[in-house]
Design a protein around this ligand. Structure first.
Ligand code: CAA
Length: 386
């Protein structure tokens, strides 16, 4: 099947091939078991790092590959097509904590964290949401209070991808005082490491999809962090988080495209093999129309994604395009995987067949890093932005 509507450079094709072969060799044989066990083998993270996939957009001086966003997303699509759980660890790590430190960190912070993160010694996580602050992220209540030249943090973070495996967590907390709340401007970003006293990993969530990727609560109980763990300027943490989600949402879009592509590829193969009423399914127009619509939507989702990523690589603002891309790709993934199950019929509903996991994994792409409703709000607000 040809997918090259947006032409890739030779280097991008090489990385695509590398990611595709790696995913088929190292991930595909285990993906169903990891899903059943609700745990991936942590060695897969080390292997991703050995390929350079945990520092894809990190400059070479911090031991990264120094690649552009499109190349990163090409690789991420390949991993996602085989196992969206492994892909989310890669996506969160590259798009959120790594980019935050690179963009807003001091030189000392970059030197301290980025090489070890690129080497896979410290997996990154991002802690924004709280049990009572999901879509309304600025309503968070985790509080950081000054203590000498450092801070003491108290609060609970929710739905943190890789939170129990992470060596570096970018956590947002309020630094305004309870009587003088400043809304989104009263939030700061902190670089948290798990050995801090008062850091606790809470409940591991039991999820519909992405079962091999751990999603946990984190709590901070009078957890003291030093001054050099504040990222950038005090009060700017919400804006840093939102700017980073502009990147992260492209990662989710690539993940959704990968899931949808896998569902289409399985469906195309199945429709050629499965016979009913004396003919292969692919000879029935009802099935042809489904396959054609699936392929068209996936190709459109990928074209929008690469266009948004190219805009980012040119240094242009991408808030709106990133939200459009995530919105369209995630709804495409949900729709395509639903159609795939329909094509597979009764078999599609069974765990023995691959489209069932893809369907479950697709759903969260419409929810995390901002629900589809939040993406529509971001897009609509940009229409009125001056
Ligand atoms: N880039 C730069 N700045 C931005 C921005 C962006 N994309 N979005 C907002 N801002 C700035 C605004 O300009 C504003 O700045 P000023 O105070 O200087 O004016 C400030 O941030 C506050 O913005 P809003 O007034 O728009 O804030 P809001 O409270 O209305 O919220 C929202 C906006 C878009 C709804 C936002 O809350 C949002 O995106 N919510 C969804 C949260 C989300 O995506 N959570 C996912 C968590 S990560 C995850 O899923 C877990 C995981 O591990 C995968």
């Amino acid at each position: 099947m040809s997918w090259a509507l947006v032409p890739l450079t030779d280097q991008q094709k090489e990385i695509q091939q590398l990611a595709r072969e790696f995913a088929r060799r190292e991930i595909a044989p285990h993906a169903d078991k990891w899903d059943r066990d609700a745990a991936m083998d942590p060695a897969i993270i080390t292997k991703l790092a050995q390929l350079g996939f945990l520092g894809m957009m990190v400059p070479e001086r911090y031991e990264g590959l120094g690649l552009d966003t499109v190349t990163y997303l090409v690789a991420l699509e390949e991993i996602s097509a085989v196992d969206a759980s492994v892909a989310v660890a890669m996506s969160v790590h590259n798009s959120l904590p790594t980019q935050m430190i690179l963009r807003y960190g001091s030189e000392a912070q970059r030197e301290r964290y980025l090489p070890a993160m690129a080497r896979g010694e410290w997996l990154g996580a991002f802690a924004l949401s709280e049990p009572e602050a999901g879509s309304d992220a600025a309503a968070m209540t985790t509080q950081a209070v000054r203590d000498g030249d450092g801070w003491i943090l108290d609060g609970t973070k929710a739905w943190v991808t890789s939170g129990n495996q992470a060596g570096v967590i970018l956590a947002m907390a309020r630094t305004d005082r309870p009587g003088e709340r400043r809304g989104a401007r009263g939030i700061s970003a902190f670089i948290i490491t798990p050995e801090l006293e008062g850091f606790r990993v809470g409940k591991k969530e039991n999820k519909l999809g992405l079962r091999a990727s751990p999603t946990v609560q984190l709590s901070f109980d009078r957890m003291r962090v030093s001054a050099n763990q504040l990222l950038g300027q005090e009060g700017k943490g919400f804006v840093y988080a939102m700017q980073s989600l502009d990147n992260g949402r492209l990662g989710v879009a690539a993940q959704a495209v990968g899931i949808a592509r896998a569902a289409l590829e399985y469906s195309v193969r199945y429709a050629a093999e499965r016979r009913q009423f004396g003919h292969p399914l692919k000879e029935f127009e009802a099935i042809q129309f489904k396959l054609a619509n699936m392929a068209t939507r996936i190709t459109a989702a990928r074209a929008l994604l690469y266009s948004a990523a190219s805009a980012k690589d040119r240094g242009e603002p991408i808030t709106q395009f990133s939200s459009m891309s995530k919105l369209f790709a995630s709804e495409t993934a949900m729709w395509v995987t639903t159609e795939a199950i329909q094509i597979f019929g009764g078999y599609g509903y069974m765990k023995e067949y691959p489209v069932e996991r893809l369907f479950r994994d697709a759903k969260v792409t419409e929810i995390y890093e901002g629900t589809s409703e939040i993406q529509r709000i971001v897009i609509a607000r940009q229409l009125y932005a001056k």
